[in-house]
Design a protein around this ligand. Structure first.
Ligand SMILES: Cc1ncc(COP(=O)(O)O)c(C=O)c1O
Length: 376
């Protein structure tokens, strides 16, 4: 039996040496390495500004705070996402309002978003699920018609495009994750991209207690007193994380090509199994290929999950529908059948190992075992 890890990162000698340089220096917290990474990320995302933070959850929260989302406000988001999307709205004492997803792709349905708009709606938070972008052109036009802002949960999408646009370009703010299993990773980490300096300056202060000067400002020149301009938080990215990330960006498209090839092998390998389906990949998109999921018979899903695991293959479920988590059911009274497309995906999904270092024979083993197990 083979052992196929669910995920392996791509950290290279170059990344480790860059990190060692920081560890051998005196300055470990937010400083020059973070600035370098932010500039490089902004360039890659074709955006003017990027701000490094500690996670995508923190990024989403800061973006909502920047838009002054608070008590009594509603933010429309997807129930087919990681709980962080809705939780960030809860952190602001605002209400997450769910709009169901397209059953073929799992990404939020723009028409459902439009229907969910009320007088209390303040923003829309689309989620580019698995690395396939939502219809940002349509969402932008809905947002503009209703005077709403868009915060993109772009946690799954650094590399992708839709209709020629990258994430962040049509939204007001876009949030990214460098969590352990992401295409670009420092174990934990996140970033926000935005369009103007005023927003970037606010986010840079808000990630560090609302302070007018950071430790790097005080360290690199004559001591300067800081003021606290507003009540901020403690979400600043460290030089250690930034050093691990900065060179990975040079290799991100190379790894994407490898993942594209693995996705094709999986697609072909499951093509003739009538009991396996998978999310559609749209023609007008470049898919960021973060996760590869298959859909199986919901009544058999958990049994299959365990059987695949017993064959030494790492699996996950991305994701079970958020509105059916106990907290959300208890607080808002959600029930099964409220968002049927998300529920169906949540009940039938199995996420398979999917990373650049996965060898052909490992992919073939996964295909063979999964086809052997998923038979009804
Ligand atoms: C869609 C989505 N949004 C947000 C997050 C939160 O990211 P982080 O762990 O960096 O806070 C995740 C985590 O994987 C996610 O999948």
């Amino acid at each position: 039996m083979q052992k196929i890890e669910f995920f392996k990162h791509n950290l290279s000698q170059e990344d480790k040496e860059e990190c060692l340089k920081v560890l051998d220096s005196v300055f470990l917290t937010t400083g020059a390495s973070v600035k370098d990474f932010e500039n490089k990320l902004a360039k890659y995302m074709e955006m003017p500004f990027a701000v490094g933070v500690t996670s995508c959850t923190a990024a989403l929260f800061l973006a909502l705070k920047y838009l002054e989302v608070g008590e009594g406000d509603e933010v429309i988001t997807s129930p087919m996402s990681f709980i962080a999307s809705a939780n960030s709205i809860e952190f602001c004492n605002a209400k997450p309002v769910f709009a169901d997803v397209n059953p073929q792709t799992g990404i939020i349905d723009a028409e459902a978003v439009e229907k969910a708009i009320t007088k209390k709606t303040k923003a829309i938070m689309p989620v580019h699920l698995y690395g396939q972008m939502c219809d940002m052109k349509q969402l932008r036009s809905i947002a503009d018609k209703n005077n709403l802002n868009i915060i993109e949960d772009a946690c799954h999408n650094l590399e992708g495009r839709r209709d020629g646009y990258k994430s962040g370009q049509l939204g007001d703010l876009a949030c990214y994750s460098f969590y352990a299993t992401k295409n670009l990773t420092s174990g934990e980490g996140g970033a926000i991209t935005c369009h103007n300096k005023e927003t970037a300056d606010w986010l840079a202060k808000a990630r560090l207690h609302g302070m007018s000067k950071s430790a790097a400002d005080r360290y690199t020149s004559n001591y300067q007193h800081y003021d606290m301009e507003f009540l901020g938080y403690k979400f600043n990215m460290s030089n250690i994380e930034a050093a691990l990330l900065v060179h990975q960006l040079d290799r991100i498209e190379f790894y994407l090509q490898k993942k594209e090839r693995i996705a094709k092998m999986y697609d072909e390998g499951f093509l003739n199994n009538p009991f396996i389906s998978k999310p559609d990949v749209l023609d007008n998109t470049k898919h960021a290929r973060l996760l590869y999921t298959i859909w199986v018979n919901p009544s058999k899903r958990d049994e299959y999950l365990h059987k695949i695991q017993e064959k030494g293959i790492g699996v996950a479920v991305n994701f079970r529908a958020i509105h059916l988590m106990s907290y959300y059911k208890n607080k808002y009274g959600f029930k099964s059948s409220d968002f049927p497309n998300s529920e169906k995906i949540g009940d039938s999904t199995i996420t398979l190992p999917f990373y650049a270092a996965l060898g052909d024979s490992e992919v073939e083993y996964v295909i063979e075992e999964v086809n052997e197990i998923v038979k009804s």
